[in-house]
Design a protein around this ligand. Structure first.
Ligand code: HEC
Length: 261
């Protein structure tokens, strides 16, 4: 029995490892709320305006998202549908992979499932983690995804952040200082975490966090569009089982009444 439990715990391990994304920076906490329709609607609008130009969400359709999030089809078509698309289309763009590789060094990945693969904390932190780095082709780098090929498309909203890097004493896992084994000198390592807002964006920090939250919330919805429906259905099924249980109990009592006495 013990082995059996150990086996199940082992099965869970790769999942938690995966969502950490292999990065050593601390991620910010993000709790998705799929009942917050207003947040999901803002997320869809941001996604359509700022992300779809490069990224596909090729397993999702505009129409399904509009329906699920309660946006009337005509309003959606007028305001949110990127030019050249029909509402029944899959969310994809016309950028060829060869062009994308030449421009960004890496193809912008499909984002339909990104929140499931990376985890919502990762996506939420990543969107806020861009900082100025003149040595990179787009002039920006990212603490969550070092040397990323994506420009900071939300820079106008967020403003330019400056992260200063400094040499600091290096520690091992147990927080003991590390020394060079040959010379005995204390070892140092570069740490980049002192954030300074260099130029203001259109939004305050709290408003920008909201933008990152809404986008991530929408990406979580997109990774599992049936979750809201299954939750609602699950509740009905449970109610049915309870009601059915009551009737089954009463019926059972009725059957045995004459036999018992
Ligand atoms: C100008 C093109 C462009 C735009 C616009 C853009 N991205 Fe990206 N994005 C990229 C590229 C290129 C990569 C791949 C970077 C790499 O692998 O180095 C990427 C990577 C990502 C990743 C990491 C995916 C992974 O798992 O590796 C996420 C998440 C992401 N983008 C989200 C967004 C969101 C959300 C938006 C809209 C706010 C957006 N992107 C807008 C080009 C873009």
């Amino acid at each position: 029995m013990k082995n059996f439990f150990a086996f199940f715990i082992l099965l869970l391990l790769p999942i938690s490892g995966f969502s950490a994304g292999g990065s050593s920076v601390e991620l910010q906490d993000m709790k998705p709320d799929l009942h917050d329709k207003a947040s999901l609607q803002r997320g869809l609008s941001l996604f359509s305006n700022y992300c779809l130009g490069c990224h596909d969400a090729g397993y999702a359709r505009f129409e399904r998202a509009a329906n699920d999030l309660g946006i009337p089809a005509d309003l959606f078509t007028e305001n949110l549908l990127p030019a050249g698309n029909k509402i029944g289309d899959l969310m994809s763009n016309a950028m060829s992979s060869a062009d994308a590789k030449a421009w960004f060094g890496a193809e912008p990945p499909d984002l339909t499932l990104v929140a499931r693969v990376r985890g919502s904390d990762w996506v939420y932190s990543y969107l806020q983690a861009f900082y100025e780095d003149k040595s990179r082709p787009w002039g920006v780098n990212n603490t969550v995804f070092p040397n990323v090929g994506m420009p900071n498309v939300l820079e106008g909203l967020q403003g330019v952040r400056h992260v200063t890097c400094a040499q600091a004493p290096a520690y091992d896992k147990d927080h003991k200082p590390l020394f060079d084994t040959l010379t005995g000198d204390a070892l140092t390592e570069e740490r980049c975490n002192v954030v300074v807002q260099k130029t203001e964006g259109q939004l305050t920090e709290a408003q920008f966090e909201r933008v990152a939250y809404d986008l991530t919330n929408f990406l979580v919805y997109m990774g599992e569009p049936s979750r809201l429906k299954s939750e609602a259905l699950g509740l009905k099924v449970l109610l049915f089982i309870v009601l059915f249980g009551v009737f089954a109990y009463l019926l059972n009592k009725e059957y045995w009444r004459e036999i018992d006495h």
